[in-house]
Design a protein around this ligand. Structure first.
Ligand code: FES
Length: 580
């Protein structure tokens, strides 16, 4: 369908279900009437699916039942017919062994729910870490018009006059507790004050990073990702999503017109400028590949070298949280600062270009959203490393680690599993120095399984007591977007499938040279070859079920950890059900 033309009711996808005078359509219509609807409620109107990831075990989405009502109000106002579909709620706090094991499950569910049902367009309700890429990946492949409704960050944390940031302060105060500096009462107070409202983590963690990326791609209403969940503006934004998606259906504003190579690059630039979570690497690559854009680690590194970090939001920034970021103007204001570096011609869900959406955006506090002349950090948030330990890449967040580790050489202290590491770390007699390099392996996509967020390995108790709070750490795991420290992550290929990290031994010297983007073990090639020859591969993690399917098909971190058969050939491939 050509741009700027409008569909007629007979062109609606849902008309295939409800329009024909045949037995199957009779069945579809009669079942809608069973639900209490008259024909005029659902015929000849865009049917809008509201994919709602609400769950009583997802504290970040606690407001989604009410917000779905706001979306419905908007859809009805615009002449559409809303239907709410419960979707897999992959929450970050409770899902074990890791929510990442289920991101692709949500993506598959989203794609198939859209494809198999009479939906003309969808509103995707997500926000807690994996829900954003999961919903977007599936909907990109399904290909119907879609708009993303971000859950919004929670309010700032508070305890005893102190402001608390999700995750970051949990790690920080846990270290103090391990060092014996925090009482039980204080610990309980922090526990009650660190998550004070519905909404996602309010540091620039994975949730805020991924919703910002989606916003910068043009898939949300402009600036929607910054609105706090508890703000009345969030309800108004939700209703506007409902109104807007109806018009997107009539104008056939499909995601392939929005998520172009330019939009992906815009999203990556904005991710760097916000001080994004390292998880952005895996998810952005996976989302881009679903859209048919071959975006790589090298592209990210190039943007990382040239994009200043201008959002002074923890953990990469020092002082502020997402609520402050919103009051300072939010993502639109940050994008306005970055406008000269963006492709402002990209189309967005508003039907306007990114440049048009940014008109009038203003920074209200230039300590929170810095000018390019006074960045928080002169380079972007992420750097890509390569070397004989990570031939397919590894990732580090330079702004979140002590600069003294940017060039570092030290002996490896290697752990094969998380329980083994945890036991050793808490041993006050562990033989470890601040120069040691902690290594955790078998924690990648297959080894974890699911690449858990274990990458911010705890500092050994022996060093904590000496006052040390950072050291060089390496793993094939991910880390929480709220984490910080000299943590090299996403080592690819992972140890579990025989990547070189599997060949490292305790005592080997490891060298990281961040300016040169290198990570190597200083072991000669002949010895590495001998170790490779002698390696015995581990048993598969799973014999059945989702885990088996996951481990058969998950790709490595540098490819986004999608399933090989879902991204095959790149680009939307869903098509329509051909049997009615
Ligand atoms: Fe849901 Fe952090 S736990 S966003």
């Amino acid at each position: 369908m050509a741009a700027n033309t409008r569909k007629s009711p007979k062109d609606l996808r849902s008309a295939r279900w409800f329009g024909p005078d045949d037995l199957r359509s009779f069945g579809h219509r009669s079942r809608m009437m069973q639900l209490g609807y008259a024909e005029e409620d659902f015929r000849d109107r865009p049917v809008i699916g509201i994919l709602n990831t609400w769950s009583e075990l997802n504290s970040c989405h606690g407001h989604f039942r009410e917000r779905a009502q706001d979306v419905k109000r908007g859809v009805l106002q615009a002449g559409g017919f809303p239907v709410e579909l419960p979707s897999l709620s992959v929450d970050e706090s409770f899902t074990k062994p890791t929510s990442m094991l289920y991101r692709n499950m949500l993506a598959m569910e989203t794609e198939e729910m859209i494809r198999s049902h009479p939906l003309d367009g969808v509103v995707l309700m997500g926000g807690c870490d994996k829900t954003t890429p999961g919903l977007v990946m599936g909907a990109l492949t399904a290909g119907v018009p879609m708009i993303y409704l971000p859950a919004g960050p929670m309010l700032r944390g508070h305890y005893a006059g102190r402001i608390l940031g999700s995750g970051s302060d949990a790690w920080k105060y846990w270290d103090e507790r391990r060092a014996g500096n925090i009482s039980d009462d204080e610990w309980l107070g922090i526990q009650g004050g660190i998550a004070r409202s519905v909404g996602t983590c309010m540091t620039m963690g994975t949730a805020s990073t991924m919703t910002a990326i989606t916003d910068a791609m043009g898939l949300t209403l402009p600036g929607a990702s910054s609105i706090p969940a508890a703000d009345a503006g969030h309800q108004r934004m939700s209703a506007e999503c409902g109104r807007r998606i109806v018009d997107m259906v009539w104008t056939d504003l499909t995601p392939d017109r929005i998520v172009t190579a330019g939009a992906v690059r815009n999203a990556a630039i904005i991710a760097m400028a916000t001080g994004c979570s390292t998880n952005a690497v895996v998810h952005l690559i996976a989302m881009a590949r679903r859209a048919g854009v071959d975006f790589t680690l090298d592209d990210l590194d190039e943007l990382g070298r040239t994009t200043p970090l201008i959002a002074n939001v923890r953990p990469s920034g020092k002082d502020y949280l997402m609520e402050d970021f919103f009051y300072a103007g939010g993502l639109r204001a940050l994008m306005k600062q970055m406008e000269a570096r963006l492709d402002t011609s990209c189309l967005t869900v508003t039907g306007k270009t990114m440049g048009e959406n940014l008109e009038g955006a203003v920074v209200y506090n230039d300590d929170v959203i810095r000018p390019l002349s006074n960045p928080v950090y002169h380079e972007g948030s992420l750097a890509l490393l390569r070397g004989n330990l990570c031939p397919d890449g590894a990732v580090i967040k330079p702004a979140a680690c002590d600069p003294k580790f940017h060039v570092h050489e030290g002996p490896a202290l290697v752990f094969d599993s998380y329980p083994e590491m945890k036991k050793a770390i808490d041993d006050e007699n562990l033989e470890v120095t601040p120069d040691h390099v902690l290594v955790l392996r078998n924690a990648g996509p297959q080894g974890g399984p699911g690449m858990p967020e274990w990458g911010m390995l705890p500092i050994p108790k022996a060093l904590i007591k000496q006052g040390h709070r950072d050291m060089l750490r390496i793993s094939d795991a991910r880390m929480s977007g709220t984490s910080y420290g000299a943590c090299v992550l996403h080592v690819a290929p992972e140890a579990y499938i025989g990547g070189p990290l599997a060949l490292l031994r305790t005592g080997d010297i490891v060298r990281m040279d961040l300016p040169a983007r290198r990570l190597d073990m200083l072991v000669d090639e002949a010895e590495i070859a001998r170790r490779r020859e002698a390696r015995v591969p581990p048993e598969p993690r799973f014999a059945r079920g989702w885990g088996w399917m996951f481990s058969q098909h998950v790709t490595q971190a540098d490819k986004g950890c999608d399933f090989d058969y879902l991204e095959r050939g790149f680009g939307p491939a869903a098509g329509e059900p051909d049997i009615f």
